[in-house]
Design a protein around this ligand. Structure first.
Ligand code: SF4
Length: 75
């Protein structure tokens, strides 16, 4: 019998520091399915949690941010 523990699968998560974001939109150009810019010119995260196979893509977009406003964590 297989028991699935709720919460046992941890997904990577991306977070933004809106105090740092300057709206350069590098992240949007790199990964438009994850990031957008709102009317205030600040990043909007469209998909906070994502599958492990997207980690390199999201981390690359995070590294493209000139002010290091994005970070990928493990939930
Ligand atoms: S690249 Fe950085 S500064 Fe530019 S919109 Fe994205 S989070 Fe904000």
């Amino acid at each position: 019998m297989v028991t699935i523990l709720e919460g046992a699968i941890k997904l990577p998560i991306v977070k933004a520091d809106l105090n740092l974001c300057q709206g350069y939109a590098n992240c949007v150009m790199e990964a438009p399915e994850f990031f957008d810019i709102d009317d205030e010119g600040l990043v909007v995260i469209l998909q906070e949690k994502f599958d492990e196979d997207k980690r390199a893509h999201v981390e690359s977009a995070a590294r493209s941010c000139p002010v290091s406003a994005l970070r990928v964590e493990d939930e």
